[in-house]
Design a binder for this molecule. Structure first.
Ligand code: ARG
Length: 438
């Protein structure tokens, strides 16, 4: 706007930009890409993920990116025009949701290799990874940690229709302590004087960091309440942040309407995050009975990445993962899987989070079979990656089910995923917002 613009115009344009902000905020779910016409999907058995029932000989009608109708084939007259997709012999499910990815990381850059990546290079990797993720049947993801708001840019590019990718909820830079697992870069000695973007020590600094992330477009807040496996010099079991700091951070986020995901491996840091009111606990490797009880009582969900240990211990060394991190993983992965089983048996809410980005994107579905190996039924595993994830991320009325009014996001497989969950590793069709991508 030029300095000469008249007052009324300026006021109008302020109102218009406020309206645009509201539109942008709701864009992921309410805008359909220009090419999304009506679509009819026939022939498939439809899996009702809420109860495991297979609806035979039903038809889904999609209009303007959303599901308009799900009806028995006999009782409906097919709309004229639009695309007809025949998925004979396949099972149609809601598009899958991964609650823990890092789309701007990956490509095998670990340890000191990571220092090779500029923000621009990461942005380009993000474009590639977003497409791989969508093609794998994951139509919605939560990106929990990215530098320079590269995740915000990626989300917006996808929503604007510039590039293919999943719907994204993004955190921006993770917020954590000096020298901690979140955000800080502990790879370089002090003379380089490097401090990570999301480093914030003390309750007010934590609040300020939350405000900054919201200012630049974050949809949720990611923090760390313990050390991690892949960060140099941190202890997986040791708490990070005091309860006072975490409480301030969560309060600030919640009062602004954002949820908080806390990375936490050790039992004490898990409990601190839960007491502070965190909405999801990421990893939860050493969760104890008290942690499981508190999670259930607080209605907090656990996002336990029980596949990635296989990659780290199998291929991690050649991808540059430091020996100290491999040593931490050797002491973490097996316990995490045992505790996953305990949490499932106790009835804790579990959502599907993989940490894709540590291992190659597009392989997000591999964890489903591990979840069934460590205590879940196939239906429970599918629910963790559909309805339950949608509810926990706050999109329970938008994605995660095949019902009229929901986003037209689907994955289809050849056969019955309740009998063979690995079918989801090779989807036969992927549709997002009424557009077929695969
Ligand atoms: N990003 C996580 C960390 O560095 C990965 C943990 C992977 N290990 C596991 N057993 N889930 O802490």
């Amino acid at each position: 706007m030029t300095p000469h613009t008249s007052q009324p115009y300026r006021r109008l344009s302020r109102i218009m930009s406020a309206a645009a902000t509201i539109l942008v905020m709701s864009a992921p779910l309410f805008s359909a890409p220009a090419m999304a016409q009506s679509m009819v999907i026939k022939g498939a058995n439809i899996l009702d993920v809420t109860n495991g029932e297979l609806l035979k000989n039903h038809i889904v009608v999609v209009d303007d990116g959303r599901i308009a109708k799900v009806s028995p084939a006999s009782s409906i007259e097919l709309p004229k025009g639009g695309e007809v997709i025949d998925l004979q012999g396949q099972t149609l499910m809601p598009g899958l949701i991964d609650m823990h990815v890092h789309l701007t990381s990956g490509g095998g850059y670990h340890g000191y290799e990571r220092l090779k990546l500029t923000d621009e290079r990461r942005a380009i990797l993000g474009v590639v990874h977003a497409e791989q993720t969508l093609m794998a049947g994951f139509t919605t993801v939560r990106n929990v940690g990215a530098g320079s708001f590269g995740d915000v840019a990626l989300r917006d590019a996808i929503n604007d229709g510039d590039i293919p990718g999943p719907r994204m909820l993004v955190s921006g830079p993770p917020i954590g302590i000096t020298g901690g697992h979140c955000s800080d870069n502990n790879l370089l000695p002090p003379e380089y004087n490097i401090t990570g973007e999301g480093v914030a020590d003390g309750p007010w600094a934590a609040r300020a960091a939350v405000r900054r992330n919201i200012k630049y477009g974050a949809d949720l807040i990611k923090t760390c309440s313990t050390g991690g496996v892949l960060s140099k010099g941190t202890k997986v079991g040791a708490p990070q942040y005091t309860l006072e700091e975490l409480t301030a951070l969560v309060d600030e986020a919640h009062s602004r309407g954002l949820k908080v995901a806390s990375h936490a491996h050790g039992s004490e840091g898990i409990i601190n995050a839960l007491k502070a009111g965190a909405d999801t606990i990421e990893h939860a490797s050493f969760i104890d009975d008290e942690g499981i009880r508190l999670a259930i009582e607080n209605d907090a969900a656990l996002s336990m990445d029980i596949y990635v240990t296989e990659y780290i211990l199998g291929e991690g060394a050649s991808a540059g993962i430091l020996e100290e991190s491999l040593e931490k993983e050797r002491k973490t992965g097996a316990t995490q899987r045992a505790n996953f089983r305990k949490a499932v048996e106790a009835g804790a809410t579990i959502v599907y989070g993989t940490d894709a980005g540590v291992y190659p994107h597009g392989q997000n579905a591999k964890q489903l079979s591990r979840m069934t190996r460590f205590g879940m039924t196939p239906l429970q595993a599918i629910q963790s990656a559909t309805v339950t994830a949608a509810e926990v991320m706050g999109w329970g009325y938008e994605v995660g089910k095949i019902e009229a009014g929901y986003a037209a996001d689907f994955v289809a497989v050849k056969g019955n995923p309740l009998e063979n969950i690995e079918l989801l590793e090779e989807p036969a069709a992927v549709i997002k917002g009424g557009v077929r991508y695969r």
